[in-house]
Write a protein that binds this ligand. Sequence first.
Ligand code: ADP
Ligand code: MG
Length: 396
Amino acid sequence: MTSSLRQLGAADLSGKRALVRVDYNVPLADGRVQDSTRIEASYPTLDYLAERGARPVLLSHLGRPGGSPDSRYSLLPVVDVLAEGIGRPVLFAEPADSGEAVEASRNLRDGEILLLENTRFLPGETRNDEELARRFAELGDLFVNDAFGTTHRAHASTVGVTRWLSPAVAGLLIERELLALGRLRGNPEAPFVVALGGAKISDKIDLLEGFLSRADRILIGGAMANTFLSARGEDLGDSLVEETARDTAAALLDRAGAKILLPVDLVVSSGPEAGAEARVVVPSEVPSGTMALDIGPLTRDLYGEIVSSARTFFWNGPMGFFEREAFAEGTNALAAAAAAATSAGAFTVIGGGDSAAAVRRAGLATAVSHVSTGGGASLEYLAEGSLPGLDALEGS
Ligand code: ADP
Ligand code: MG
């Protein structure tokens, strides 16, 4: 953990309005919350505050409304889910930087929570606008950042506000995340195995570089494997290959030697649509007109065995197009291997939005040591060891 990070336990809370930046960037459909994991992840901090006599005032973004109100991204559907889940009354005010919102924060009673409308309805949020940050600061007597998933962004509600509101401390969720991720950056017990998949290499180059020196094995799957295989000279047909990252992939393979493993077989199909015929091929024989959508059974076994015997395991990025059951087998096999490693005493961490969703869907979220609530943030922290949103809390 970042040593100078101010923590919640050190703050004077009784009778205070605690302005809490949470990450309620939840999936919505037809105005309903589809997955409340991120809402639930805020309960420990909110309970902690309420039990010590503080009144939580919550700021969050949801989606990318682009700086103006857009009802499709309203946080209103969160009110009932939160109230029911945490068992406290939840009030709502909009816009988040208004006099009405400040008024509502001052009128809060013990045990009540105030949720404010989407911070990204305001044009200054993502610009980290100073005036907006100053208005946010009026909503509380102290600032608590518990939006781990947003700590890699310097926005008005994550970084700017800390200039005007003191103390600015980390919430319990951030504390827990840093404990788990910090263990991977520290001195992880060997064998330290990393699995990387998902869609794009370019998003994850720094992460890969960082693991190259620390991990014993790096298993590559998903569309990321396509780019590596293509860099090795294979013709991947219609597979998703990131052309601009091919040279980087080739250079990484050169440097990594046997440390990086690529799939030895692939599941290919004409496309991800339901009903399309799927078959297993070796990477040098991907038929034209087909695309690789999952790792094959041999790769599943090979990766599964390596993961099962890891002492430390980190995984980001699904092994295939897991949204379709037909191409989720590689991802499910890896999740099962991670669970097996965990019960054998290994420390296992899953990071990344889609990876976390895949592990949850496999019913194995509680069978691993830690599922990070931050996608980009957990990857950036692992690669860099720091995050703008955390730096803003330090020494404040
Ligand atoms: P995370 O959110 O865990 O960091 P990413 O966002 O990088 O993961 O990647 C997840 C996406 O990658 C999923 O939508 C998945 O369908 C896609 N994907 C994985 N493998 C393939 C593949 N072989 N072809 C196309 N898409 C893939
Ligand atoms: Mg993703």
